[in-house]
Design a protein around this ligand. Structure first.
Ligand code: FAD
Ligand code: NAP
Length: 867
């Protein structure tokens, strides 16, 4: 094939796409001295802003923020006319940028890249275009956009309509005049919501087909926000720095106001301020917990619904426009200009596809289950195959002939959203697993491009020329991306973030929700740690520091950061009384834990006096007796009481369906070893003897405990076996102290920085037991005879100094023939699993604990299965 002179045989890098990402990538690659060729199937630069020319198309991030910031001179030379610029103005801006830096000479327009194939021998990519040209390159960079492949119409009869059909994402350059026409718009996402008011101005009849109503707030467009412009004028660098280290790429003060605890006045005031501001950054952060807590989310959602009802005059239409099937923010919220008012116009009609689904598009209109509509034109505002669509549309084939499409059949897998294993030297800009669409993309794009350019420069300086993530690093990042999403409400929606808008697309949360700031830090950390998780090679050398960049659960990390800001004294430097007071003070600010059926306090006759207990009866247990769980709180035998573990006990009660009897025991240093263990055994004996009075089922009794409480629970099992009873059905040991040997690796790895420290553990032991006693099985159950003990469930947390002794106890029990379930609390600390209502990621672990407790009592399961 003859190549146009403008397409060389070989370059250092090929960039696909000439939108915001591709243009800046081209600029940066040239800057570091690489030869580059870029391709775009569009006829000019602009990407999104080239294609999406529908009436009303604008940005929804204010223009002072939705702009390049890499060159202060460029910023001075361009002035935006509006707060939210129109598509033509943004396209003009990108053309201006292309011209200013002379970028066009390296871009081949109207040229689609159809395939790219890695040659392992040559360490080069061969890129093929739709015109049949081939070009070889060392680095292949897809700047192909998250929202660039329109979703194909998945509606019966879509090809049959005889009149004109328009896609918002492929709008005719010459525009469309709907004057006097009967127009249908299908879709009420951002594109529909922006275009509907303007189409309504021309059309003689406008019918909007809505499948899912969307949350939208007024954009209050006008001049660019004066406060932002002033901040930029005064300190441009500071402003841009704040944007780069903000949550969504727009400088803003994070709030700590919680929707669930704020007063009605504060709620209203914060909501109204956000409504008036007309910016996404405001409305998505009315409350700190609105994307985490359904109750808080509902406060914002209900206030938006009230606004919709106040704008739309027809109550039925208003109700149909009120989103009720997803939490606010779990689908991209919209900014609009007169959207809801449009439904007050006499010639505009809303059709609710949930009640009246489309049966088929016909030659002259649309047929629903109830009605036939005739139209002159149909507009599809039906969205995109987002985030992965463009990446898999081109046939990208990596090592061993594996295609990206095949690799991602069950969902995308990336390291940092930038690269994917098996595809050396292949970079994605704003790929799945990066903040991209959850952020001001101008900021995220610059960060990605800068990182890639910095990486290629570093490689060259080190004499390296190939780079690829390791499987370990990639799977660790994928896990982290999903962990971050899992603590939010995001995965609950059928959104394009979840791939749910495209039939057959795997349901995976696609972007990274850990924040622009958190993400930037992770990327910086990777580079700073010698490109952790990347394998890099060059002539005669290879470098690879394998590892996972974020292993901790995101909310656990947040709690640790918060605690660090409190500057608390290390507990082991305090007296026992002061440590108890500190623990009580922090406990007083916690959420209370779930409601249970009934809570009563009482006392148990212990070996040396009464022991207080608190009994938790699950809801509905008045209908009949339940199994009993005798629970012992944590606190290193020194701290803790019935209140300290109250939220956890409530949680376990509800999850297990058992009656929980939480027993306090004598504490050290006032009363030392073996008092706590003997109290625990006495409590078990008493509970067994009084099972009926406690609402329990005789013979169905388990023990449970956390930390030192798990230690004495385990010891109680050994004592009961030795004494010939009572019969214990199971032992639930959450992060147990199983041994007194503090030389296991977890004491080094997790010895500092995760609340329970090695120093504090030593302090606990010193208060509890003399060194000579610490090998006694009643202090270190791992050293006892383990034959014939009850089935166990042991929870071991990754970031716990006690992790390894918990695992060792599980293994030793197994070796002794005891059935054991070992639950790894991935990404958790010693304390985080127990932080009910604070650490959301602890809930799935506690769900497993609840399930294991139920399994100790098979009759409960079978009874509930029957009911
Ligand atoms: P794109 O702009 O999508 O450019 C990708 C380019 O790659 C396209 O031109 C495409 O033709 C080309 N391409 C793809 N595959 C191939 C191939 N195989 N061969 C050749 N060329 C190919 N984000 C915000 O942050 N704020 C906003 O206000 C905002 N508003 C938006 C409004 C609309 C209507 C849409 C659709 C998106 C909006 N976005 C917004 C997201 C927007 O996509 C990004 O802000 C940004 O423009 C993306 O730039 P990009 O260069 O990464 O991708
Ligand atoms: P979208 O948000 O995915 O909305 C598509 C709409 O079409 C939804 O209402 C969807 O309903 C509906 N739909 C899809 N298939 C349908 C079918 N078969 N039958 C009936 N209805 C169907 O797409 P978009 O509006 O183009 O926006 C995509 C993203 O681009 C936005 O979220 C935003 O990030 C960006 N964008 C930004 C702006 C801006 O304001 N700057 C403007 C446009 C786009 P369901 O919800 O039920 O699937």
């Amino acid at each position: 094939m003859n190549k146009p002179a403008s397409v060389p045989e070989q370059v250092d890098a090929v960039v696909v796409g000439a939108g915001f990402s591709g243009l800046y990538m081209l600029y940066r690659l040239r800057q570091i001295g690489l030869s580059v060729k870029a391709f775009d199937s569009a006829g000019d630069v602009g990407g999104t802003w080239y294609w999406n020319r529908y009436p009303g198309a604008r940005c929804d991030i204010a223009t002072p923020d939705y702009t390049y910031s890499f060159d202060p001179e460029l910023e001075k030379e361009w002035t935006w006319s509006e707060k939210y610029a129109t598509q033509p103005e943004i396209l003009d801006y990108l053309r201006f940028v292309a011209d200013r830096y002379g970028l066009r000479s390296d871009i081949e327009f109207s040229t689609a890249v159809t395939s790219a194939r890695w040659d392992e021998h040559e360490k080069r990519w061969t890129v093929t275009t739709g015109h049949g040209e081939e070009i070889r390159c060392r680095y292949y960079i897809m700047a192909t956009g998250c929202l660039s492949v329109p979703k194909s119409p998945d509606i019966e009869g879509a090809g049959r309509f005889a009149g004109p059909v328009y896609f918002t994402s492929r709008w005719p350059h010459e525009g469309v005049d709907f004057t006097g026409q009967r127009v249908a718009v299908i879709g009420t996402g951002s594109s529909g919501i922006q275009s509907i008011p303007l189409i309504a101005r021309q059309a003689s009849q406008l019918t909007v087909f809505q499948r899912t109503p969307n949350f939208s707030i007024p954009a209050h467009n006008g001049p660019a926000p004066a406060d932002r412009l002033q901040q930029l004028d005064e300190d441009r660098d500071g402003y841009r720095h704040d944007a780069r280290w903000s949550r969504i790429g727009v400088p803003s003060e994070p709030t700590d106001v919680l929707g669930v605890t704020a007063s009605e006045a504060v709620r209203r005031e914060r909501f109204e301020a956000a409504w008036q501001q007309g910016e996404l950054v405001g409305i998505v952060s009315v409350f700190a917990d609105q994307l985490l807590n359904p109750a808080s989310n509902d406060i914002v959602a209900e206030m938006i619904r009230a606004k919709i009802r106040s704008i739309v005059k027809d109550p039925g239409t208003a109700e149909t426009l009120c989103p009720k099937d997803h939490y606010f923010g779990t689908k991209r919220p919209c900014l609009d200009t007169g959207y809801f008012d449009t439904y007050n116009l006499p010639h505009v009609r809303l059709v609710d596809l949930r009640k009246q689904p489309i049966v088929s598009i016909t030659e002259d209109g649309i047929e629903t289950a109830d009605e036939s509509f005739g139209f002159d034109a149909i507009v599809y505002a039906t969205g995109f195959d987002a985030m992965t669509g463009a990446l898999v549309a081109a046939d990208v084939t990596g090592r061993d002939s594996l295609s990206l499409k095949e690799k991602w059949a069950a969902g995308p897998s990336t390291y940092l959203g930038l690269m994917t294993a098996g595809f050396p030297n292949f970079f994605m800009l704003t790929g799945p697993g990066s903040p991209s669409v959850l952020s001001n993309m101008a900021v995220s794009i610059e960060q990605h491009v800068d990182w890639v350019a910095g990486c290629l420069k570093d490689m060259r300086e080190e004499g390296l020329d190939t780079i690829e993530p390791t499987e370990l690093a990639e799977s660790g990042w994928n896990q982290h991306v999903q962990d971050c999403a899992a603590i939010t409400l995001m995965p609950t929606a059928n959104s394009w973030y979840m791939g749910a808008n495209v039939p057959g697309k795997p349901r995976v949360f696609l972007p990274y929700i850990g924040g622009v700031d958190g993400y930037r830090q992770a990327c910086d950390d990777v580079a700073g740690q010698g490109y952790l998780g990347f394998r890099m090679t060059g002539p005669g050398r290879e470098q690879c520091r394998d590892g996972v960049i974020r292993r901790m659960q995101p909310d656990v990390a947040m709690v640790l950061e918060l605690i660090a800001t409190m500057d608390l004294p290390p507990m082991e430097t305090l007296s026992a009384d002061d440590a108890r007071a500190l623990m009580a003070a922090t406990a007083a600010t916690r959420p209370p834990g779930p409601e249970v059926g009934e809570v009563t306090d009482g006392v148990i006759p212990g070996p040396a006096g009464d022991l207080p207990y608190r009994l938790y009866r699950p809801a509905g247990s008045s209908e009949g007796p339940r199994p009993l769980v005798v629970y012992f709180h944590g606190g290193g035998w020194v701290l803790g009481n019935l209140d300290s573990d109250d939220p956890l006990c409530r949680d376990l009660c509800e999850r297990s369906g058992a009656v929980i009897v939480s027993v306090n025991y004598r504490h050290a240093p006032e009363v030392r070893f073996p008092a706590a263990a003997l109290d625990a055994f006495a409590a078990v004996q008493w509970a067994d003897a009084n099972a009926i009075e406690l609402g329990g089922i005789p013979g169905q009794l388990s023990v449970a405990g956390w930390s030192a409480g798990a230690n004495i629970a385990a010891v109680a099992c050994q004592l009961a076996r030795d004494a010939g009873g009572p019969h214990i059905s199971g032992q639930m040991l959450i992060c147990p102290v199983a041994d007194s040997d503090m030389t296991r690796p977890s004491y080094q790895e997790n010895g500092d920085g995760y609340i329970l420290t090695t120093a504090l553990m030593r302090w606990f032991w010193d208060h509890y037991a003399d060194p000579a006693d610490r090998r006694d099985p009643r202090a270190a159950p791992l050293r006892g005879d383990l034959q014939g003990l009850p089935p166990a469930c042991i929870v071991a947390a990754d970031f716990d100094p006690l992790r390894d002794e918990g695992v060792a106890y599980a293994r030793a029990l197994e070796d002794a023939g005891v059935p054991v379930r070992l639950t790894r609390a991935r990404g958790h600390t010693h304390t985080s699993v127990t932080m009910v209502g604070v650490v959301i990621s602890g809930a799935p672990v506690r769900a497993e604990i609840g399930e294991a407790l139920r399994d100790f009592f098979p009759s409960v399961e079978s009874r509930e299965r029957v009911s």
